[in-house]
Design a protein around this ligand. Structure first.
Ligand code: BG6
Length: 483
């Protein structure tokens, strides 16, 4: 693997994301030789850490995520880390940062390449982008920036942030990260759709009854009440992860598998995304909040949550496109906190057919993303030694050893940033459409809230979310496959 020279600057170097995800992922890329001798990482944050302290933290992060490591490798890897105490609003601090980056560039022969990573509270993204620009932090080689979610909180703020970032970076240098696009089973959707005649040929309105995307979590908001109050399930999960998955499920076949062709096909689809009006929002969307029980707090009682909060911890809804291979097929989604279990899955439901055997089951194709990586297709066959039809699963499950080979989503995506492959990142044209859809729902909800009749249901924790979501289906013969 090619050794890529670079100076990487992580804004939010003392944070949870850097510790849990970025440092272990970078270490794996170092072990593979993608970054090796010619790289330096500057971690920045407000805390007054030293280089040594950061190196200790990076070493801890590696030991917490790896069972066996070569201590010499850890030592060499962490020696490439530098810490710069940094107040993102202080212009002078960018001058110091720029000098340090240049010094490290010389020391490690990084060829003027810079990689910026925004891994801190999103309210600072715009400020950082502005100062990268006005203090000319970009290098003389390649320049790339990775931006964590959320990218704005509505279309207007996303446009503003995009303007700030595009002052220094062009669209192909901006990597808007969505960690779901780094998941193995999500990356499997397009190959599965377009390499199997069995699947490709039925992927149309004539054969598909609906598609159902469920992203369920057992955890509540935990310590993230403050952030979550500004977000809610719709912005936290639907605007990004769920919409990207829906796009992969509904997009037309790309001309080839280059990043350009894939984004082009996505864009083509998204131009035909149907934006719901207030009436449709009322009918096709359900918002909910988890209630409490003997053993667990209600959302409203979580730390840093407004006791009268109208923030949704659950949302279910319907998406449709006017064009594309499954134009007009309803795509239902639901996501929520405090479900009975962690489960991310996609159910593709085929229409029933008339059979000479009488009533048979329809086929469903299920893609399970978490906790297992698995695809299974329900299939009908003859009952053994008796009349009638039975249903079995055709199963494509990852073995234990295959699972062990699957890299973490962040490792995969960071790798892509280093090799300049933006296939699995969100393009501005996609993000824009997603926000248009989300804004329509948020506006309708806001109006209900202001009129004093918010339609938000409370749901029992550790079950399947509010039963009201059973009413969003277009026909009485439809229901959630995963129950
Ligand atoms: C994040 C959300 O983007 O995704 C969290 O902010 C959520 O609220 C998380 O818990 C779920 O990700 P995963 O990979 O654990 O399914």
């Amino acid at each position: 693997m090619k050794n890529i020279p670079v100076v990487m600057i992580i804004f939010g170097g003392s944070g949870d994301l850097a510790h849990r995800k970025l440092y272990p992922a970078l270490f794996n890329l170092y072990e593979q030789g993608l970054i090796h001798d010619n790289f330096a990482v500057i971690g920045t944050a407000r805390r007054p850490w030293s280089h040594e302290y950061l190196r200790g933290q990076v070493s801890d992060a590696i030991h917490e995520t790896h069972t066996e490591v070569d201590e010499n490798d850890v030592k060499d890897f962490t020696s490439h880390f530098y810490y710069q105490s940094h107040d993102v609003t202080n212009v002078e601090h960018y001058v110091t940062l720029k000098e340090l980056a240049q010094e490290l560039d010389d020391r490690y022969s990084a060829q003027g390449n810079r990689l910026f990573y925004m891994a801190m509270a999103p309210r600072f993204f715009g400020t950082i982008a502005t100062h990268i620009d006005d203090q000319h932090l970009t290098g003389s080689g390649f320049n790339r920036i990775v931006v964590e979610k959320p990218f704005g909180r509505d279309l207007k703020s996303a446009e503003e942030l995009n303007k700030q970032i595009t002052a220094s970076f062009s669209e192909n240098e901006i990597f808007r990260i969505d960690h779901y696009l780094g998941k193995e089973m999500i990356q499997n959707i397009l190959p599965m759709r377009f390499t199997n005649p069995l699947i490709k040929n039925i992927w149309n309105k004539g054969n598909l009854k609906n598609i159902q995307v469920t992203f369920a979590e057992r955890l509540g908001v935990e310590a993230r009440g403050e952030y979550y109050e500004t977000s809610g399930a719709l912005r936290d999960m639907v605007q990004n992860h769920i919409f990207q998955i829906i796009t992969l499920l509904a997009m037309p076949e790309p001309e080839n598998i280059s990043s350009e062709a894939i984004h082009k096909a996505k864009q083509e689809l998204l131009e035909s995304l149907i934006i719901p009006n207030a009436e449709q929002v009322k009918k096709d969307f359900v918002r909910g909040q988890y209630a409490g029980s003997d053993t667990t707090f209600a959302y409203k009682k979580e730390p840093k949550v407004n006791p009268n909060s109208l923030t949704e911890t659950y949302v279910a809804g319907k998406v449709k496109f006017e064009r594309g291979p499954i134009a007009d097929v309803p795509i239902y989604f639901r996501t929520g906190k405090k479900f009975k279990e962690k489960k991310n899955r996609i159910d593709i439901v085929l229409k029933h057919i008339n059979t000479p055997y009488g009533q048979a089951y329809s086929n469903n194709i299920t893609i399970e993303i978490d906790p297992k990586s698995r695809i299974f297709i329900t299939i009908n066959g003859k009952k053994i030694s008796e009349e009638g039809i039975r249903r079995e699963n055709l199963d494509y499950t990852f073995s234990k050893s295959e699972l062990a080979e699957v890299p973490d989503g962040y490792e995969c995506l960071l790798h892509d940033v280093f090799v300049n492959d933006s296939t699995n990142f969100t393009h501005w044209s996609e993000l824009k459409r997603y926000w248009m859809f989300i804004d329509a729902i948020e506006d309708a909800w806001q109006k209900e809230n202001e009129a004093g009749n918010p339609d938000i249901v409370q749901y029992a924790p550790y079950r399947m979310g509010p039963t009201e979501s059973n009413h969003i289906f277009e026909s009485p013969t439809e229901h959630w496959i995963y129950e």
